[in-house]
Each structure stands twice: as structure tokens, then as C-alpha cells.
Design a protein around this ligand. Structure first.
Ligand code: XMP
Length: 511
């Protein structure tokens, strides 16, 4: 049975993910399409409903030329959010005026509740307004469904055609009843079934992988990252020993990381596991290299070379598993083009091996869903909650020239930082945190003796999409413990600093 699907049309600014997550949390499957998707393409998914989101800057009322307003006439229920409502008004014969200095932020609104969108919601509620436009002429057949205190139109609807627009953002927490409004749209208006569940996803994927793979063999490169680990566990559940996992240990992983991955996959999942200890090979190629981009290139190339050599030893393998997840494949609308950086592919797919097919079992999932699948398959919390780790690993966290000694110093300092953040219960709220071994040495005193040792920098950020980030406000007490432990327990370090720069202008990594 096909699952009920909602299409989210994205007009940019990366707002689609918040909405998609809310829809999926309501157990309804959704997919994001860019605003230039044709009506045919949308209809091919047989959607039960459409949500228009994006472009929070109300700089323009013009519709983007590539958007097909035929969407409004397909007979499919539509919810236009913010800019989406504006388009709905102007494309269906109404008019909007830009309001500079109008209401924005948290605003009290009064709802009409005799309609499906606001059914069972309090008549007085508060919402988050980020678009400030004013509907001066209503489109034909529409009614005002909500007004703000100074009477601006905050929501409209044409119940017969099932077209609705809200000026506020129902997907964010500040909109008090936003979740109920979205649920009303999904279940009352679109009449979706709540049939998107992690357990059924696993069952369906396992069946699909079995069907696809038959009695052939599958190869997976494990990096220790969440996505590849979950993908491997899922494929393993489907085809057992037909899966071969290769872990290339390039010596640039964090403390004990390779061992942990090996332990989980060998002992718990009993997969065919090959660990390639290639530390020396990587280190010798990196010797004397200080330029970050050069380091990335070397690690990327060498990774592929090692992986290919191992794969060749196995003879013909028909399928390659990739841990691609949904945010990697979403085509975004205007203004959010730079979703994946080219360097994110480092350590990724080897291009020179011939496989008849790629299997991407997580292609439809958001990160939090990938984690749920991982937990349900029995992967340990520690692996499932692992923070992102760059393909070139510690090569870009040892500033300047890389040596084995420096890597060991960094591994120890990083382990202490992670350990203390976990103890302080901060590990899930801070999205990425790590130590950096700066190339700088400075004078200090340890046990009454002068030292001339390295400075370790601590980096910790909160971020939604890793494109922008804020430095995490870690309590002083925790920082103090981390610093004390690092200078006392790690030889070669006599100074610890905390990076208080946001991205931009700094990047998250130091190199
Ligand atoms: P930056 O430093 O660009 O990092 O702010 C954003 C996110 O990307 C990760 N990152 C990388 N990931 N290969 C990767 O696979 C790389 O070369 C690379 N460089 C940065 C970084 O850890 C952060 O999560």
C-alpha cells in the first residue's frame, strides 16, 4: 500500500526542513520539491496535500517566474505559509501591500474556529509573524480566518477548494497552537492517514533490499559515522552475510573510534567486517603538508585508493551501500543553494569501482529519523548520537603539519572534552564540539618547571544546519574542569583556550 504523501514546495531560505519535520512527526510522509517543480512532477507523487513555504524576506510580491500557478488549480488541498500565502492571494486575484514596520514577532491573534484549519483551537492564541504584508483585496471565494489585534488579516481560507493561507509560521514553537493547526491541515483537510512510522519504514526497506539484492553481494564503507552505520545495519538485517563492510582506519579518527565500530559490527551484528589499518600510509602521504585543502585532497584520494584495493580483493561485488540521507538530496529553492559543500564528499563514494548499483536505504530520512532507525535496529546510543565528523578527520584539526605525536595529543584532549560535556549532560544540546591542536606553543610552568608546549583550542557550536552556527555558552565550571584535566592529563599541552567565534565569519572547523 502506498503511503500518503504531502509535497512541500520550497521557495528558499531553508524553512522547508522545520515544516517537513513537523509533518513527519505527525506520522505523515512528505517530500520537498523546489518551487520550479512542474505540476506533472507534483502529481506523479499523488499527493494528498501541498504546503508552500519559504522566503521569509518579503522583499517581493512577484511570483518567481519558474513557479507554475497551475498548482492552485489541481484540486489538491494547499496550505500557504508566509510567502506561500502571499502567492496564493496574488495568484488567485487578490492583492497584498507590503507593510514596512508592521507587526512581527510574537503576535496575539483571534481565530475563526468554524473551519477545518482552526477546528478545536482556542479563539485567542499567539503566533509568530515574520512576514509583514497586508491583504488589501481578498481573492475570490476566500474568507478571513484570523486577524491580529490591529485587524490585519493573519489567515485566509477557501473551504470549498481546500486552499488555506497563514501569514504566521505554524511550524515553530512560538506559534502556540501551530502543531494542532498543521495536524488539522493534514488530517481534517487532506485526510491523510498517519502511516509513516519508523518500524514500518524498517520492514518495508528490509523487504525492498532483499528483493533488490537477491543472492548477490553488497559492499559498504563504514566511517564510524551515524549514516553509514545505520545504512549498514539496515542492509545487514536484510541480507546478513551477503554484506561486506570495510572500515578504513586512516589514523585520523578520534580516540578508540575504530575499535568501537569494529566491536559493534563484528560482535553485535556479526557482519563480514574488514578493517584496514592504513595509518602509516596516510601519515606518510601527509608528512610535511600544512595546507588544509591539500590535506583534504590527500585524505580523500588515499581513502578511495585503499578502499578500491580492498574491494578488488573481494572479486565482483554488485551493490554499494551509501549513507545518503534526505537533506543531501533535497533540491532547495532560491537562496538556499549552498546546501552541501563540495568538501563534504571527501571520504565518500569511490568513483572508479564499477558496481551495477548503489543502494541508498536512508535516502528518504531526516537525521533524527536516521537516529531512530539506528536505535530500533539496536545500534548503541553512543554511535547513534555521534556528532558530525569531517571525512578528513583529525587531519583538519591538527593545525599545520601532522605527526603521530600531535594526533595522540589531540585525541587525548578531545576525549577529555567530550567526556566532560557528556557528564555535564550537554552532549545532545551542543551540535558539534571538539578539540583543535593549534600549531602554537607558549611558555608555561608545570610542576615548578618551565614548559614550552602546545595550546589546545576547544570548539563547541550550536547550529541547525551547520551553514551558520553560534558558539555554545558552556558554563564556566565545565570549561574549568576540561581545562584542568587537559593540562594535567595530557603531556605536551600547557594552555587551553575556548573559541568564542560564530560562523560566519569563522567556520566550524579551524582548517
Ligand atoms: P565548516 O568548517 O565548513 O564545517 O563550518 C561545516 C560542517 O562540515 C564539516 N566539515 C567537513 N565534513 N569533510 C567533511 O565530510 C570535510 O572536509 C569537512 N570540513 C568541514 C564540519 O565538521 C561541520 O560539521
Amino acid at each position: 500500500m502506498n503511503k500518503d504523501t504531502v509535497i512541500i514546495i520550497d521557495f528558499g531560505k531553508n524553512l522547508n526542513q522545520m515544516v517537513s519535520r513537523k509533518v513527519r512527526e505527525a506520522n505523515v510522509y512528505c517530500e520537498v520539491m523546489p518551487y520550479n517543480a512542474s505540476c506533472d512532477r507534483i502529481l506523479s507523487k499523488n499527493p494528498k496535500g501541498i504546503i508552500l513555504v519559504g522566503r521569509s524576506d518579503s522583499a517581493t510580491t512577484e511570483k518567481p517566474p519558474e513557479f507554475d500557478p497551475g498548482v492552485f488549480g489541481m484540486g489538491i488541498p494547499i496550505l500557504g505559509i508566509g510567502y506561500g500565502m502571499k502567492l496564493m492571494v496574488t495568484e488567485l486575484g487578490g492583492k497584498v501591500e507590503e507593510e514596512s514596520g508592521g507587526e512581527s514577532g510574537k503576535v496575539e491573534i483571534a481565530l475563526e474556529t468554524d473551519n477545518d484549519l482552526f477546528s478545536n483551537i482556542n479563539t485567542e492564541t499567539s503566533c509568530w509573524l515574520s512576514n509583514t504584508f497586508h491583504v488589501s483585496v481578498m481573492p475570490h471565494g476566500f474568507k478571513v480566518l484570523a486577524r491580529s489585534r490591529n485587524c490585519a488579516v493573519a489567515a485566509i481560507g477557501n473551504e470549498e477548494k481546500k486552499l488555506y493561507g497563514v501569514q504566521f509560521q505554524p511550524e515553530i514553537l512560538e506559534t502556540q497552537d501551530g502543531e494542532d493547526m498543521l495536524r488539522n491541515f493534514l488530517f481534517r483537510i487532506c485526510e491523510c492517514r498517519a502511516d509513516w512510522k519508523i518500524s514500518s519504514f524498517i520492514e518495508e526497506s528490509v523487504e525492498e533490499i532483499k528483493r533488490k539484492v537477491g543472492d548477490k553481494r553488497v559492499l559498504c564503507a563504514l566511517s564510524g559515522g551515524v549514516d553509514s552505520a545505520v545504512a549498514a545495519a539496515l542492509v545487514n538485517k536484510a541480507v546478513g552475510k551477503q554484506l561486506v563492510c570495510i572500515l578504513v582506519d586512516h589514523g585520523l579518527l578520534r580516540k578508540n573510534e575504530a575499535d568501537q565500530v569494529e566491536e559493534v559490527f563484528r560482535k553485535q551484528f556479526d557482519v563480514n567486517f574488514i578493517r584496514v589499518n592504513a595509518q602509516e600510509r596516510f601519515l606518510s602521504r601527509l608528512a610535511g603538508v600544512t595546507d588544509p585543502e591539500q590535506k583534504r585532497k590527500i585524505v580523500g584520494e588515499e581513502f578511495i585508493r585503499v578502499f578500491e584495493e580492498e574491494a578488488r580483493k573481494l572479486g565482483k561485488i554488485d551493490f554499494l551501500v551509501q549513507g545518503t540521507i534526505y537533506p543531501d538530496v533535497i533540491e532547495s529553492g532560491v537562496g538556499s543553494a549552498e546546501v552541501i559543500k563540495s568538501h563534504h564528499n571527501v571520504g565518500g563514494l569511490p568513483e572508479h569501482i564499477e558496481f551495477s548499483e548503489i543502494i541508498e536505504p536512508l535516502r528518504e530520512l531526516f537525521k533524527d529519523e536516521v537516529r531512530k532507525v539506528g536505535l530500533e535496529l539496536g545500534l548503541p546510543e553512543q554511535l547513534v548520537w555521534r556528532q558530525p565528523f569531517p571525512g578528513p578527520g583529525l587531519a583538519v584539526r591538527v593545525i599545520g603539519e601532522i605527526t603521530f605525536e600531535k594526533l595522540e595529543i589531540l585525541r587525548d584532549a578531545d576525549q577529555i572534552f567530550r567526556d566532560e560535556l557528556e557528564k555535564a549532560g550537554l552532549n545532545k544540546s551542543i551540535n558539534q564540539y571538539f578539540a583543535v591542536l593549534t600549531g602554537m606553543r607558549s611558555v608555561g610552568v608545570k610542576r615548578d618547571r618551565r614548559t614550552y608546549d602546545y595550546t589546545v583550542a576547544l570548539r563547541a557550536v550550536t547550529t541547525r544546519d551547520f551553514m551558520t552556527a553560534e558558539w555554545a555558552k558552556i558554563p564556566y565550571g565545565v570549561l574549568e574542569r576540561v581545562s584542568n584535566r587537559i593540562v594535567n592529563e595530557v603531556n605536551g599541552v600547557n594552555r587551553v583556550v575556548f573559541d568564542i567565534t560564530s560562523k560566519p565569519p569563522a567556520t566550524i572547523e579551524w582548517e
